[in-house]
Design a protein around this ligand. Structure first.
Ligand code: ADP
Ligand code: MG
Length: 617
């Protein structure tokens, strides 16, 4: 039989390689920025149009290329950065594969202009789908400018697969941040659709972080410095009270290269142990310097993962350095004795008056009672929010009893059932429809044909979601005035999002008084929103908008209602009082779509008596 194996033509091989190297416009941004840094640039300008779908251009003032190099740079495996395999372990450049330009040129229209300092004129090469269409002499300043137009023009499937401009731009900005954070001594700017989004002058590391994430960041940063034989650490961690609900601001750089490492992330989390509210993530901006011979960055084509020789040691050093910083800056207690008592106070209770300890007797405790009466929330730092929250849930509703939700528990007594039920009948008149909370997660309620098992968190999300939607569309959300207006700081992109949603937020009951370039002042909030939750809600909302795929059927209103419902809904693990349970059941079935949560998850299931009967055969 005839031989059938052939070498692929270069342009096909390049297209295949491009599939790995270039996933989206942001990948091109990363490669071009890194090339500019490797070329020793001091000033780097990034220009994008339509989130990079129409144009990505990077202009640098680096060393430029000779005519021959300019032409060679588009060949696959053409690189000036390594010569042999050993060089892989001495890397001090970002690039080394020599694939990026070849890949990009295979799937876009590329124009390169470049000139070295010593030359009078430079070179301009136009290359489209791996084919050089022109090469000329041009007058151009020292350095290199590469523009990439019509990305994926010859791979329609890829092009259609791209997300909305908001999402793609988000990815580009993420890459830009990573590169800019790793190189504060280089000046970066970013122009998006003709307007300047970032202008980052040469600065120190702290200033660079502040220039990117906004002035509010400054007060949040705690320096971390450590210098050992195997590892040098410098950078900052965010104070624990500013930890975010989302993992946005977490950056590791190893030898100036952004990397992701779940293992090292864990080291940081363990240093923060006991200092973070549940479900929050600390910010960090940490540069690790290690001997290049002890790492292998060759294991991932997009190069955000690396392998360390001795991960355990790095873990230990990192953890202790962060711990030390948190201690040194009085954020965490370092010594177990002689510590300042205020340090132990959960942050949101700080400054509040301390009361003499009281001996608390659980007056509801009845060892023979089947359903345990509600207990106080376990964690004192969270104690306030749910009860405030619950009280506000009842605003506007007719009170079922004389006692409010919070003193309900005081109405029941210890001792026999008979006595307590006397009081119970007073508070929960409808004994037949009794509810029961199971594992602080489900509410069980009897119905004629059997029982309902309701997921408390999803059900409450559904209730709040429909309420918010109504408020937004009917435009009559009730607002409560804050005693002192609350000033919140955001980065410029975050503020853009808040501004876009301002109208809708106002319909739910938010009152904004002063919206500036980097902060907003809030004078009023929807009645059901406790003050302590405001910043969390807005942060969640911003991150939802950033992560949502706002395509054709995207509705800001819907997202806002979903996001607020998610933030405010009672959570799994929260113990509920009887009337709270009933309230959920009743409100859920008054909803238009009680069966599913706003994110389309089942809210309840039914278990029929017949099903139960079958089990007892
Ligand atoms: P790599 O960066 O892995 O070497 P690339 O395909 O990104 O591979 O680039 C190929 C070569 O082109 C680089 O090794 C470098 O010599 C040259 N080059 C690319 N971009 C620039 C630039 N902005 N300035 C100077 N030289 C560049
Ligand atoms: Mg490169």
């Amino acid at each position: 039989m005839a031989d059938i194996i052939q070498l692929l033509p270069d342009h096909v091989a390049n297209q295949i390689a491009a599939g790995e190297v270039v996933q989206r416009p942001a990948s091109v941004v990363k490669e071009l920025l890194e090339n500019a840094i490797d070329a020793g640039a001091d000033v780097i300008k990034l220009i994008v149009k339509d989130a990079g779908k129409t144009l990505i251009q990077v202009i640098d003032d680096g060393k430029g290329m000779s005519v021959t190099d300019a032409r060679l740079s588009f060949e696959r495996h053409a690189t000036s950065k390594i010569r042999n395999a050993d060089d892989l372990f001495k890397l001090n450049t970002k690039g080394f594969r020599g694939e990026a330009l070849a890949s990009i040129a295979a799937i876009a229209h590329v124009e390169l202009k470049t000139k070295q300092d010593t030359d009078d004129v430079g070179t301009c090469i136009v290359i489209e789908g791996s084919e050089v269409t022109s090469q000329d002499v041009v007058v151009t300043p020292k350095g290199t400018s590469i523009s990439v137009k019509n990305l994926f023009f010859n791979i329609p499937a890829r092009r259609n697969f791209l997300k909305s401009n908001t999402v793609e731009l988000r990815h580009i900005i993420d890459e830009f941040h990573r590169v800019a954070l790793a190189h504060p001594s280089i000046s970066f700017s970013l122009y998006n659709n003709g307007s300047e989004t970032f202008n980052l002058p040469v600065s120190n590391y702290r200033q660079r972080i502040v220039n990117i994430f906004g002035n509010k960041t400054n007060e949040k940063l705690v320096p971390v410095e450590e210098d050992t034989e195997v590892l040098k650490i410098s950078g900052f961690v965010g104070k624990p009270e500013f930890a975010k609900k989302t993992r946005g601001e977490q950056y590791f750089f190893v030898n100036n290269r952004f990397i992701k490492s779940a293992y090292l992330n864990h080291a940081i989390l363990s240093a923060f142990e006991g200092l973070l509210k549940n479900g929050t993530h600390p910010s960090y901006f940490l540069n690790l310097e290690v001997n290049p011979q002890t790492i292998d960055i060759n294991i991932h084509p997009t190069k955000t993962e690396i392998k360390f020789d001795d991960e355990h040691t790095l873990y230990a050093i990192l953890r202790s350095a962060v711990k030390h910083s948190l201690g040194q800056f009085n954020i965490a207690p370092v010594l177990d004795f002689e510590r300042d008592a205020t340090l132990d106070t959960p942050y949101n209770l700080k400054g509040s008056r301390t009361e003499a300890p009281k001996i608390e007797v659980d007056s509801n405790f009845n060892p023979f009672q089947e359903s345990k009466p509600p207990r106080e929330q376990q964690n004192s730092s969270f104690k306030k929010a749910p009860s405030e929250h619950w009280e506000s849930l009842y605003v506007g509703l007719e009170s079922k009893s004389n006692g409010s939700a919070s003193n309900f528990s005081e109405l029941t007594f210890e001792s026999e059932e008979s006595t307590s039920s006397l009081f119970e009948t007073k508070v929960t008149p409808d004994k037949a429809n009794a509810t029961y909370q199971f594992h602080n997660k489900y509410i069980i309620s009897a119905i004629k044909s059997g029982m309902l098992v309701i997921d408390q968190s999803r059900a409450h999300q559904r209730i709040l979601y429909e309420d918010f939607l109504k408020d937004i569309t009917v435009k009559e959300g009730v607002s409560q005035q804050l005693l002192f207006p609350l000033q919140l700081h955001f980065s410029s992109q975050e503020l853009e999002i808040v501004k876009q949603l301002q109208g809708d937020l106002e319909h739910t009951g938010f009152v904004f008084s002063n919206v500036t370039e980097e902060s907003i002042e809030i004078k009023g909030v929807p009645v059901m929103v406790p003050e302590s939750e405001i910043s969390i809600i807005l942060e969640q909302l911003i991150s939802d908008v950033q992560n949502e795929v706002p395509d054709a059927n995207f509705s800001a209103t819907d997202l806002l209602a979903k996001s607020m419902a998610k933030s405010l809904a009672i959570k799994t693990g929260q113990s509920l009082q009887k009337d709270e349970q009933e309230h959920i059941v009743n409100k859920l079935f008054a909803c238009k779509e009680p069966n599913v949560s706003p994110t389309n998850r089942v809210t309840f299931i039914t278990v029929g008596v017949d099903e139960l009967d079958k089990k007892f055969i």
